[in-house]
Design a protein around this ligand. Structure first.
Ligand code: AMP
Ligand code: GLY
Length: 421
């Protein structure tokens, strides 16, 4: 099969690696890809958001399957456009991807189907939102409705901070049109776990659980990022919890979407908070997580292309999906200054010294002569597996220790909290 992957981050490098390893794959393209993805796929210079460009390329290059991995093209309806052109595509259509692209939609969907989540109210009027915040008090959570690169959520400890968040989202449009509506949510407490699942719209198959580390500094300090590291599986996610989540969250979500005429095919991402009242959904995403994909996919023991075909053709129920034993850990190495401003173009050294059992996924790199330079906020995801979580963490940090560039930043405590459980 000729496969085209859409995206350019560490998640896409992990997906590309799994697709390239399949005996079904005769040719793998990636648009636009990055310096590391170029080692496993032929990168083509088409933006991930260029729907018409992707359809044209797929048609002219005999592409059998397009894997749409990132949120923007899904929200733009890339899968719908490909299907219209008769090209098979892995990922939800626009009317199902809305569970990520509109928090207002996903909150009212969860309310309608009794799926546990934080109590909320949605506002398109700024004064009404401010009045509601004063009535409710703090702590309280303010969210922009649309996609905001993981930055549109403000957990406000005071009423004043929540009011300020609403004004900056709705009046100053800090996240652009994403701020036409705000969602105000009840503040929940508990540890967080990610569960990704394959679904063909009827069958839902949860993957091994994982856990992201969103804050930029050790000890969960500093601003939120796209994610600074992940472990798989997450020791907090017991079999009892898993069974509860299937009954209370995963099945009702997939069945509810189908009942709404929004059948979801692809990977669905459940971000769950383990609250004292039980598991509750923080949010849905319509795709693999980044960096979760870099920790979860190396644990997958079934051909990813077989899974994609089963999902697209609606026969996921027939395919057993197996996982490796042990655990994995991905440590993200980022540019100095990320998630705010950072410089690009710093020379990365030591990649050849990384032991071969450790995988280095490229998130933001560019080829430069014989080597690589930094080309993004998150630069690399250094991933290792081990018989235990402790061993996986230690091995991932062996890989990190081999790699250097001027100003490289990484957390030193990925997985530590889970180990203390
Ligand atoms: P999100 O972009 O929705 O994943 O939110 C980013 C982070 O904000 C989450 O990982 C949580 O730590 C936090 N958060 C979101 N919603 C709530 C909530 N209702 N209560 C407490 N924390 C929340
Ligand atoms: N790691 C969080 C996300 O992919 O949304």
């Amino acid at each position: 099969m000729t496969i085209l992957l859409i995206g350019s981050g560490g998640r896409e490098h992990a997906i590309a690696t799994a697709l390239a390893a399949s005996p079904h794959t005769t040719k793998l393209f990636c648009a636009p890809g990055n310096g590391g993805i170029a080692n496993v796929a032929e990168c083509v210079n088409i933006a991930a958001t260029d729907v018409a460009g992707v359809v044209d390329f797929a048609e002219s290059h005999g592409v059998d399957l397009v894997f749409v991995a990132s949120d923007d093209p899904l929200a733009l309806g890339m899968v719908d456009a490909l299907e219209k052109a008769g090209i098979r595509a892995f990922g939800p259509r626009q009317n199902a991807a809305i569970i990520e692209s509109s928090k207002a939609f996903s909150k009212s969907f969860m309310a309608k189907y009794g799926i546990p989540t934080a109590a909320h109210a949605t506002f398109s009027d700024c004064d009404a939102a401010l009045a509601y915040i004063r009535e409710r008090g703090a702590p309280i959570v303010v969210k922009a409705d649309g996609l905001a690169l993981g930055k549109g959520v403000i957990v406000a400890q005071t009423v004043a901070a929540a009011e300020e968040a609403v004004r900056s989202i709705m009046l100053d449009r800090r996240f652009g049109e994403s701020g036409a509506r705000v969602i105000i949510e009840e503040f929940m407490t508990g540890r967080e776990v990610t569960v990704l699942a394959f679904t063909d719209g009827a069958t839902v198959v949860p993957m091994l659980s994982s856990q992201d580390h969103k804050r930029v500094f050790d000890g969960d300090e500093g601003p939120n990022t796209g994610g600074m590291g992940a472990i798989c599986p997450c020791p907090l996610y017991t079999e009892t919890l898993a069974a509860q989540c299937v009954d209370m969250i995963f099945r009702p979500t997939i069945d509810g979407l189908r009942a709404e005429g929004r059948e979801f095919r692809g990977v669905i991402y459940f971000e769950i908070m383990l609250t004292p009242q039980g598991p509750r959904v923080i949010e849905y995403n319509a795709r693999f997580g980044d960096p979760e994909a870099q920790a979860v996919l190396p644990m997958l023991d079934t051909d990813l292309v077989d899974i994609c075909n089963a999902v697209v053709d609606g026969r996921l129920a027939e395919l057993p999906i197996r996982w490796k034993s042990g655990a994995s850990c991905c440590v993200v190495m980022a540019s100095e200054g990320y998630p705010s401003e950072y410089e690009k173009g710093r020379v990365i050294s030591g990649l050849d010294d990384v032991p071969s059992d450790i995988t280095v996924y490229h998130a933001g790199t560019k080829r430069d002569g014989d080597g690589y330079v930094t080309n993004g906020g998150r630069v690399l995801g250094v991933t290792a597996r081990g018989d235990t979580l402790k061993a996986a963490i230690a091995r991932a940090y062996d890989g990190v220790a081999a790699i250097r560039w001027d100003g490289a930043h990484f957390r030193r405590d990925i997985g530590h909290h889970a180990l203390q459980k």
